[in-house]
Design a binder for this molecule. Structure first.
Ligand code: PLP
Length: 381
């Protein structure tokens, strides 16, 4: 079977063959429990600590500041609930943005039931937050600012270092959901000056179900998972050695080839964009024209429905929709709504995201397939 061209790397990535290779022994023979003091535990324990160092190297932090989790969602839950609960005597106000992933928005919404208040700061038409708007939202009881590093739908990169500087000034804790940026652009926690940062393994060629949370030394988010004391007694449970090893390798690879990879992702993305503009005329680009992930291309086709486009191209190209249309109602994504993308454009929004394995041949074929589909739908619209 010929598989469709994969242009949904923001959805998830395949596991890199080099990552698979380092994981293999832990699938086949190295089954020991890292907490065991006998022979079988030694290599798994060393492998977990080596992976922690690899993640720390990519984030530019100390290994003891890295905690393994099951992914981006869990890391965000730990960071936000953990800090909110541990700081609740100081205040109960959290600031976040309207364009966050549900793994942040839903956590904040849940915390409202525990008596916390959330302010959602609005973005501009490019999906960008202003530091002034965040400053205006701070209150004497603000304890935490959680702002994503890069947006999953449109790729806009937020000015995290500037937001963090404001947070420092105000004595407020700062978390960033970096699920989409880790491995694509620099995520140096010292340069960004953040207190907590979430990593999702399956967005950077590691398996699904593994992630990490950076927690700055000295911070004490409330213990999340009680049990036998793993992960410095903060997130109990026998370590997912197999996937931790995979995440470590994926981080090492990302660190090693960041610049080269950035160039490749961007070249592929821009080739797709330019090819579609050349054949279809005006298509609307969503997200910031420059401050954007190198691989992310959210395009709107006026008057069309995203699901219809995806159906038309589905056998040849895999991408994702920014809106879901059901008979007479349209569900726009909250991100496009927050960016005030006009409905007649927003309805026809498709997100293409390129990856390490994307080739020029794939892009050129995708341009032809999407062009044909859009022309056909425009003709019948
Ligand atoms: C920005 C962002 N945050 C969090 C997540 C959730 O990560 P995970 O799938 O590892 O739970 C995603 C996944 O799409 C994401 O894009």
């Amino acid at each position: 079977m010929i598989q469709p061209i994969y242009l949904d790397y923001n959805g998830t990535t395949p596991i890199d063959p080099e990552v698979i290779a380092v994981m293999r022994p832990f699938l086949e023979t190295e089954f020991g429990n890292p907490s065991s003091s006998h022979w079988y535990g030694i290599r798994p324990k060393r492998a977990v600590e080596a992976a922690r160092r690899q993640v720390a190297a990519l984030l530019n932090c100390r290994p003891e500041e890295v905690f393994f989790t099951s992914g981006g969602t869990e890391s965000n839950n730990h960071a936000i609930k953990g800090m909110a609960r541990s700081l609740k005597e100081k205040g109960r106000h959290i600031i976040t943005s309207t364009v966050e992933h549900p793994a942040v928005l839903e956590v904040c919404r849940y915390l409202e039931r525990e008596g916390f208040a959330t302010t959602l700061v609005d973005v501009d038409d490019a999906g960008l937050l202003s530091v002034d708007a965040i400053a205006a939202a701070t209150r004497p009881d603000t304890i935490l600012i959680s702002v994503m590093h890069a947006n999953n739908e449109v790729g806009t990169i937020q000015p995290i270092a500037d937001i963090a500087a404001l947070a420092r000034q105000q004595g407020v804790c700062i978390h960033t959901d970096a699920a989409q940026s880790v491995g694509k652009i620099a995520t140096d926690v010292q340069a960004m000056n953040v207190d907590l940062l979430s990593v999702a393994g399956h967005k950077l060629y590691a398996p699904k179900g593994i992630g990490a949370l950076y927690v700055r030394n000295g911070l004490l988010p409330e213990k999340f998972c009680h049990g036998a004391g793993q992960e410095r007694d903060w997130r109990a449970g026998t370590e997912n050695v197999l996937e931790i090893v995979g995440l470590g390798k994926a981080c090492e690879m990302a660190d090693r080839s960041m610049q080269e990879s950035f160039r490749h992702l961007k070249t592929m993305r821009d080739r797709l964009h330019e090819g579609l503009i050349a054949r279809l005329g005006h298509v609307r680009l969503n997200g910031h024209p420059e401050n954007r992930l190198p691989n992310t291309l959210s395009l709107s086709f006026k008057g069309l429905e995203a699901n219809r486009i995806l159906e038309e191209i589905g056998l040849e190209v895999a991408a994702s929709a920014g809106a879901a249309c059901h008979s007479d109602t349209v569900m726009l994504s909250h991100v496009l709504e927050a960016m005030r993308v006009p409905v007649e454009w927003a309805k026809g929004t498709v997100r293409f995201s390129t990856g390490r394995m994307t080739t020029t041949g794939q892009i050129d074929h995708a341009v032809e397939v999407v062009t044909r589909a859009v022309k056909r739908l425009r003709g019948s619209a």
